[in-house]
Design a protein around this ligand. Structure first.
Ligand SMILES: *Cc1c(COP(=O)(O)O)cnc(C)c1O
Length: 388
């Protein structure tokens, strides 16, 4: 990945993460953008706003700093920051779709995304079909059969780490009059920039790698098209699920170190996946960095590296998988991912419990790891003792 963000010229990713949207404060010289804990702004005469700020649901300088940084990191033109990843998804879908529209989603989408479609947007009038997106030919056939407003993609997927060829998917969507949205939470913009591969919009749960320290919940949408950005901003302001200034500040603080954290997440995850692959208690290991992974080649071509998430199945079945989740000492048993500390979880009973009985049900003997940035030897030893 060597493309640079058009508007900031030759600046590299690590530089943008630290400087985009983060010029020293004009009034005081503060190097870090302040937390503007204010709901409203003094006007110099009616309509005389300073920099357009009038009310913090519409815009807030701390949130604006985060939004500018996220836009630069995704090589987009505009980002909008939300109270959570789900709020970002909901706002984007209401912007892109009308009641009556149809959406294609991955057949192993994030559980919360499936629930949003199934329980919230379906009654609102949207229909959605889960399809295996790793095979873009299947998606193409489907799009020919049924008029579709949006193709919703995740790659790598959660929790099975399937890989989709984003450039091919963008072509398939656009050839059939659909927009492509990519949930880039698992890869983060450091590993993959879907807008430069043809996506129309990127969504993030910034709760995960972008925030990176398990201390804030947030979401974002990033786009290139100015008209689409204005429409999303209208819905964001009209429905109101914005990121608060302190949350925006924490997320921006986390984003500064995204590149160095991701390098370590990737190296540690590769080491863990390698150990699991040879372990007698372990069945299939899902990690796109393994040469035997069906999406390995595509991942290598569209990602800088293979990410920090690893899933695997236990030969002895579900009860043993649940048991192992309770036996680790460094890997903390918990939902979420993307923080500096390693986490372990049982998707079927935890993050993906809401998909039970649906086409998105996950294997009961599956364990998902969010590999943190601790000493990899300690992580491997911890898993070995839990599996023994
Ligand atoms: C966590 C997550 C979400 C939802 O984000 P929240 O910040 O929890 O609302 C969406 N997509 C993926 C891939 C996620 O991991």
């Amino acid at each position: 990945m060597t493309e640079n963000h058009g508007e900031t010229g030759a600046l590299g990713f690590e530089t943008l993460a630290i400087h985009a949207g983060q010029q020293p404060d004009a009034a005081t010289g503060a190097v870090v953008p302040p937390i503007y804990a204010t709901s409203t702004y003094k006007q110099d005469g009616v309509g005389g706003t300073r920099g357009g700020y009038e009310y913090s649901r519409t815009a807030n300088p701390t949130r604006a700093a985060l939004e500018e940084c996220l836009a630069a990191l995704e090589w987009g033109n505009r980002a909008l920051a939300f109270a959570s990843g789900m709020a970002a998804e909901d706002c984007l879908l209401r912007t892109l779709c009308q009641p009556g529209d149809h959406v294609l989603i991955p057949d192993d989408a994030y559980g919360g995304t499936y629930r949003l479609f199934d329980k919230v947007l379906k009654p609102w009038g949207l229909s959605c079909t889960p399809v295996p997106q790793a095979d873009t030919a299947v998606v193409r056939d489907f799009l020919k059969e049924r008029k579709t407003a949006v193709v919703w993609a995740e790659t790598p997927t959660n929790p099975l780490l399937n890989i989709t060829d984003l450039a091919a998917l963008a072509d398939a969507a656009h050839d059939n009059g659909a927009k492509l949205v990519v949930d880039n939470t698992f890869a983060s913009p450091y590993l993959q920039q879907p807008l430069s591969l043809g996506a129309d919009a990127v969504v993030h749960s910034t709760t995960k790698y972008l925030g990176g320290h398990s201390d804030v919940v947030g979401g974002a949408v990033v786009v290139r098209d100015a008209g689409l950005a204005d429409e999303i901003a209208f819905y964001q302001n009209a429905t109101g699920a914005v990121a608060g200034p302190f949350d925006a500040w924490l997320t921006l603080r986390g984003a500064k170190t995204l590149a160095v954290r991701m390098d370590r997440h990737c190296a540690n995850a590769a080491a863990v996946a390698g150990m699991l692959t040879g372990h007698p208690a372990v069945g299939q290991v899902y990690y796109p960095g393994l040469p035997g992974h069906p999406g390995h080649k595509v991942a290598a071509s569209q990602m800088r590296s293979f990410g920090g998430m690893v899933s695997f199945r236990l030969r002895a079945g579900e009860d043993r998988a649940v048991d192992v989740c309770g036996r680790t000492r460094l890997f903390t048993l918990g939902e979420s991912l993307g923080g500096v500390e390693s986490l372990i979880e049982h998707p079927a009973r935890m993050t993906h419990a809401s998909a039970t009985g649906s086409p998105l049900e996950v294997p009961a003997d599956l364990i998902r790891l969010s590999v943190g940035i601790e000493d990899p030897a300690d992580l491997i030893e911890d898993l070995r003792q839990a599996l023994s």
